[in-house]
Ligand binder design. Structure first.
Ligand code: ADP
Ligand code: ADP
Ligand code: ZN
Ligand code: ZN
Length: 760
């Protein structure tokens, strides 16, 4: 083969991770390749578990033993060969999280550029660039240590205004009437112990909290009565519980104290995190805190006005970086926004900004559904960025379902034909145009065009959101119909999550939120345990084999003694990361040999756990158990038949987690459900299944409220609420409410504009 030909593709031969069936692929380098296919077909198994893992593993091998032992361990993926890889950078949806010192400005490094600008060109200058860093002692506000917030005692909670000191006005137990500390206040000659604290004059209250020099009080202790200095309640609380190392207090005391604390904007810096010298510096009348508080779009305009010939180039560098943030549809964020409050999609796009600014070429960038959280209006900008990364000489691999992203790919790999054991094959490779003609689920879905719902359901009542003003919401009051499917749309940052996930759920606390967050139960949880199928399977095995049911549980006497039912052994080695190996005694099967010999219909309990929900349904045909069949049926109804009963829940994607949670809810009625972007991770063909599921839930007498951008979901709604008109402070209003048919005619709505295109 010609040398040039051999190295301009990444080649994968005989890949077998998870459900992959000896997959072989040639992926063109320097191109944008989209991997698509129904969920569970094997996209992630190819891209993340095979290509990304191998790339990372090969890279690690180039380091010395010393460094290698400090890096995470990667096992060689199951494949015959993976060749001509480039170093891979995975840009995923994992929440950035981070502590409160991590902001949009710090994580993108844009704040560092602005610090340089202020230190060199602001007046008066506070010094070098660290003087503007809230993470550096020379710049941070001394009151809050650069956090922008301070924790202070909440005296409204500590004191009950209706009661007198003698009658228990002090609610903080260590200072309560009758305690040693409490005597200071009930015995004080300067305070009337029988007057309700709420009736104290300002002066009396100040004395109670802060005392005054020379103030005395007589207290009794074991040595008899004696005079001591009066210490104000606030002074004492702060001395004993705040101005000291809290870790020295017992957990019980800390919990007690915390109940009487409140977090508030720091009064010294007003939340700006910086000390007065840093805040005094101005450029064009703005302080660095003003810049950090501004929406990125506005900051670009402000910095664009810096025309000083010396400062200009630094400002221009900041503007170039800010424009990348705007280009990715995040112009509504401010640099001071804490990264822990960003959504997964926002986080992924911000990480992307960092890579766009880098000058690396010849890399492989891997994205996991970057369109998540993006309105169709913003997908165009995302595409531009993916193409720019490619044009810098990189290979870009994207797992994606959005037809608008698929359309700009150079190459598409379609996995299928279905999910789980019925997937794991490459069913199509070629250009997007060829895919549209292909006889695969994706090809067919791309050709199918649906119109808007013509006969929306009649509401059975109404629900209100009143006076919502959180974040960017502009005092929104909106009526939502009950007993129907309502979809809330709007461009990114318009306020959908704020309105639905925060305000609506606060005003309607009985609503059930079915989100994508992890299922907070033990690492051993599986679909079988989560849905309560495992107990029934154990009972079935006990009934048929005569053994006791407990034997069939991995935390019982039936568990393998080598690994105590975990299937794996974690060894902690000094100086090295813990190593996880498969248990040799049970070969990862978790049970004792004798338990594995006990079978029902020729299958052991491990065989049953290895079955997909679909296979288990077929197997259990012969062993009627209505409860199990109903629960397995629910898994089928939420489109998760391809999961095995024993697959750890920790391996599920966010979308799969959301759907398994839905599976436990299918029997309810009269409930209001809230779902945030349930199409995440869903192929176009799966969306139809999700809609059928939502219809069933509504038809059973429930209300469903969904935040979505997916136009197939919008078309299928009974009622649509569109927020906008744009993101951030330019959003936060209701721009449309009505049926999908009415939305088609709406003006000044980005959603309407894209919906018209999607039905054309
Ligand atoms: P996709 O990315 O197309 O949704 P995946 O590659 O995540 O599909 O999954 C393919 C199949 O492999 C599915 O049946 C999935 O349940 C299974 N699978 C994925 N990860 C694991 C894992 N860690 N352990 C066992 N099975 C897994
Ligand atoms: P959407 O869901 O439509 O993308 P959001 O409700 O997430 O929009 O955001 C609406 C506005 O509120 C945006 O300007 C966003 O930056 C802001 N916002 C959202 N969450 C927070 C938060 N935790 N702290 C501060 N601002 C926030
Ligand atoms: Zn402060
Ligand atoms: Zn074992």
């Amino acid at each position: 083969m010609h040398a040039a030909l051999t190295h301009d593709h990444i080649t994968v031969t005989g890949a077998r991770e998870n459900n992959l069936k000896e997959v072989s692929l040639r992926i063109p380098k320097g191109r944008l390749t989209v991997f698509t296919g129904v969920s569970g077909s094997g996209k992630s198994s190819v891209v993340f578990d095979t290509i990304a893992v191998e790339s990372q593993r090969q890279l690690n091998e180039t380091f010395t033993w010393f460094v290698r032992n400090r890096l995470p361990k990667y096992e060689r993926p199951h494949a015959d060969a993976i060749e001509d890889l480039a170093p891979a950078i995975v840009v995923d949806q994992k929440p950035i999280g981070g502590h409160s010192r991590s902001t949009v400005g710090t994580m993108t490094d844009i704040y560092a550029v602005i610090r340089v600008l202020f230190s060199r060109h602001g007046t008066p200058s506070a010094g070098p660039a660290t003087a503007y860093s809230f993470n550096d002692p020379s710049g941070m506000c001394p009151e809050c240590d650069g956090l922008g917030r301070t924790v202070r005692p909440d005296y409204d909670r500590i004191l009950d205004p209706a009661r007198s000191l003698a009658d228990g006005a002090i609610l903080f137990p260590p200072f309560a009437a009758g305690t040693w500390h409490g005597q200071t206040y009930t015995n004080s000659a300067d305070l009337d112990p029988h007057k309700p604290v709420g009736d104290f004059t300002a002066e009396e209250r100040r004395y109670l909290l802060r005392g005054r020099p020379g103030g005395k009080v007589t207290v009794d202790n074991t040595g008899g009565a004696r005079d001591i200095d009066f210490e104000g309640l606030a002074d004492r609380f702060e001395r004993l519980y705040l101005n000291r190392d809290l870790s020295a207090l017992s957990q019980k005391t800390r919990d007690l104290v915390e109940a009487f604390l409140t977090e508030a904007r720091c009064p010294a810096c007003d939340g700006a995190r910086l000390n007065p010298a840093a805040l005094a510096t101005r450029i064009n009348g703005l302080s660095i805190a003003d810049c950090a508080r501004m929406e990125v779009t506005d900051l670009i305009a402000e910095l664009g006005r810096v025309d000083d010939p010396v400062a200009g180039p630094v400002a221009a560098a900041a503007v170039a970086a800010l424009e990348r943030v705007e280009a990715i549809g995040l112009g509504y964020l401010s640099l001071d926004r804490e990264t822990s409050t960003l959504s997964g999609g926002e986080g992924q796009r911000l990480k992307m900004v960092r890579h766009l600014g880098s000058s690396l070429t010849g890399m492989t960038y891997i994205f996991d559904e970057p369109s998540v959280g993006l309105h169709p209006r913003d997908v165009g900008r995302l595409n531009d960025l993916l193409l720019r990364l490619r044009d810098k000489g990189n290979t870009v691999l994207v797992v994606e379902h959005d037809p608008d992203v698929i359309a700009v790919a150079d190459h598409v790999v379609d996995m299928g034909p279905a999910a789980g054991t019925h997937g794991g094959h490459v069913v199509f490779e070629g250009t997007p145009a060829e895919l549209r003609a292909a006889d695969t689920l994706t090809g067919r879905a791309l050709r199918r065009a649906t119109g808007v719902k013509e006969h929306p359901r009649e509401p059975s009542g109404e629900l209100w959101i009143k006076d919502a003003g959180l974040h960017n919401l502009k005092d929104v009051t909106v009526r939502l119909p009950a007993g129907v499917l309502t979809v809330v749309t709007g461009v990114a940052g318009s306020g959908k999550s704020t309105l639905v996930s925060e305000v609506f759920t606060a005003q309607h606390p009985d609503a059930v939120v079915v989100d994508q967050s992890s299922i907070g139960i033990s690492g051993r949880s599986t679909p079988a345990t989560y849905l309560g199928i495992m107990d029934r399977v154990r009972a079935l095995f006990a009934r048929h084999t005569g053994a006791e049911a407990g034997l069939f549980s991995f935390n019982s006497s039936g568990a393998c003694e080598g690994c105590r039912g975990r299937g794996v052994i974690h060894s902690d080695l000094a100086f090295m990361d813990p190593v996880t190996t498969t248990c040799e005694r049970c070969a990862g099967r978790r049970f004792k040999e004798e338990v594995l010999r006990l079978t029902v219909g020729g299958r052991s309990v491990v065989d049953v756990l290895d079955m997909t929900a679909e296979d288990a349904l077929a197997f259990l045909e012969d062993f009627p158990d209505a409860a199990v069949r109903r629960r397995l049926g629910a898994l089928r109804d939420v489109g998760l038949t391809y999961l095995t009963l024993g697959q750890p829940l920790s391996t599920l994607s966010g979308g799969e987690r959301q759907r398994i949670k839905l599976a436990t809810q299918l029997h309810r009625t009269g409930t209001t459900y809230v779902l945030d972007e349930p199409t995440t991770g869903l192929h176009m063909a799966d969306v139809a299944g999700l809609l059928a599921l939502l219809d069933r839930i509504v038809d059973a007498g429930n209300t469903v409220l969904v935040v979505e951008h997916n136009l197939d979901v919008v078309k299928h709604a009974d009622w649509v609420v569109d927020l906008g008109p744009d993101g951030g402070k330019h959003g936060g209003r209701i721009v449309f409410e009505g049926t999908p048919r009415e939305l088609l005619a709406a003006r000044d709505s980005f959603t309407a504009e894209h919906l018209r295109r999607a039905v054309a």
